[in-house]
Design a protein around this ligand. Structure first.
Ligand SMILES: [Zn+2]
Ligand SMILES: [Zn+2]
Ligand SMILES: [Zn+2]
Length: 422
């Protein structure tokens, strides 16, 4: 589950969470529409949702170990030509599933209701996004959270009607809370929820879920924390993490640790309070973001680098921070270079395996043709000579084995980065 939620016991005035443990979400193998599968599960009680399709992997991983499993059963066979997608791979369904547990819902009907949602303006424009972080612009009605201090809508965060319908279905306390921007008129904007691979998008959803949870606990709708979060972050570009971005401003420590480049989001989250406390190390950080000509990647998104920053802050030692940041950068370059080289080798090995497999088919056809021609011209049947076919098959299999070894080497490098350096 990518959704990040603080423990309920951290919420002001709340009792420790009594939510039963939720099994993990699987990496769903049927998240795209495809034909040819007959082994689906559906919601069968108390209300039937025969069009809510769940693949075996998702059912076995997430649903079977829970008390809700009794509301699901195998679906009747589908027509051979019907393309089907696993509805349990949808992020809104994940959010609804977690909500069911947190509210001890009596059954799983909410999931079927979520999958059936349709709005006149069509799906969220982000469903058309082709890459991570992309938010396609669309002209339609938009909704915003009101600022509880002023009552005005916070228009820095816009949400489409499709996402609003999901929020209001999953989280009853949020019904009617969002206001229509531009007086309800259609206008061009982007949806800030359901952005592919966006941590920020998940954080916004978390904020909204927390408002709903607090409202149910206290009986009082308090939008202040969510509004403050949106006002603090909505105008800042999302942290690029390890990816190099251009034409985006970043902070650094130009005189002492120039390698330490920090995005505006991480600066606001980690460094800003230390600047206000006038910590000596924080005073060395640039006072305004600047745009490096070759772009930058953020150094401060990882918990490891945040710990380096914290250690250096305690000792006031910028040299320690520089040493750690430089070591990490060098290792990153070294591992990236190795992984790039191995990826190239892997693609070459896969291409060679494909070539040998294609050759094997051609050799088989030639061998059969040659045997038949011999038989037709001499009237004598002789065994088909599969020597060349077997040679190509062996070469193809050897290449597949080598490619698998290369892939495992790439994975080892990725693990080394994640476990010891990132
Ligand atoms: Zn699935
Ligand atoms: Zn949306
Ligand atoms: Zn960052």
């Amino acid at each position: 589950m990518p959704l990040q939620r603080p423990a309920a016991s951290n919420m002001p005035g709340s009792a420790p969470a009594a939510t039963p443990e939720i099994p993990p979400f699987a990496d769903c193998p049927r998240s795209q529409y495809a034909t040819g599968h007959q082994d689906w599960y559906m919601i069968s009680g108390p209300q039937q949702f025969p069009n809510f399709d769940i693949c075996l992997t998702c059912f076995d991983t997430s649903i079977k170990p829970t008390a809700y499993a009794r509301f699901f059963s195998r679906s009747p066979p589908k027509p051979e030509t019907m393309a089907t997608q696993c509805d349990f791979s949808n992020l809104w369904v994940h959010i609804a599933w977690v909500w069911l547990f947190s509210q001890s819902a009596p059954d799983a009907s909410l999931l079927g209701m979520i999958a059936a949602i349709q709005v006149p303006e069509g799906p969220c424009p982000n469903s058309q996004a082709e890459q991570a972080g992309e938010k396609p612009t669309a002209t339609r009605r938009w909704f915003c959270l009101p600022n509880p201090r002023t009552g005005a809508l916070i228009e820095d965060l816009t949400i489409c009607s499709h996402c609003i319908a999901h929020i209001e279905t999953i989280l009853p306390p949020m019904r009617g809370v969002f206001g229509a921007a531009a007086g309800g008129a259609s206008c061009p904007a982007t949806c800030d929820l359901m952005v592919p691979n966006s941590q920020r998008s998940l954080s916004y959803i978390d904020q909204i879920v927390e408002v709903a949870e607090r409202t149910l606990k206290t009986g009082y709708l308090d939008l202040t924390p969510a509004a403050e979060y949106i006002e603090k972050y909505a105008l800042l570009p999302e942290c690029p993490k390890n990816n190099t971005v251009k034409n985006v401003g970043c902070y650094s420590m130009p005189s002492s640790v120039p390698e330490f480049t920090v995005c505006q989001e991480c600066y606001t989250e980690v460094i800003l309070s230390e600047v206000r406390n006038e910590a000596p190390l924080a005073r060395q950080v640039s006072t305004a973001p600047s745009i490096p000509p070759d772009g930058f990647s953020c150094q401060l998104y990882s918990p490891r680098t945040r710990q380096f920053w914290q250690d250096s802050l305690t000792t006031g030692d910028a040299g320690l921070l520089r040493q750690k940041v430089t070591e990490r950068k060098q290792k990153q370059m070294e591992l990236t270079q190795k992984a790039d080289q191995l990826t190239l080798t892997y693609h070459q090995q896969k291409m060679q395996a494909k070539y040998h497999n294609e050759m094997m088919l051609i050799e088989a056809s030639t061998a059969m043709h040659s045997a038949l021609t011999w038989q037709a011209t001499t009237g004598v049947i002789r065994p088909t000579d599969f020597t060349a076919v077997n040679a190509s098959r062996n070469q193809g299999s050897q290449m597949e084995v080598q490619a698998a070894v290369t892939l495992s080497q790439i994975q080892m490098i990725e693990n080394e980065w994640k476990n010891f350096w990132e």
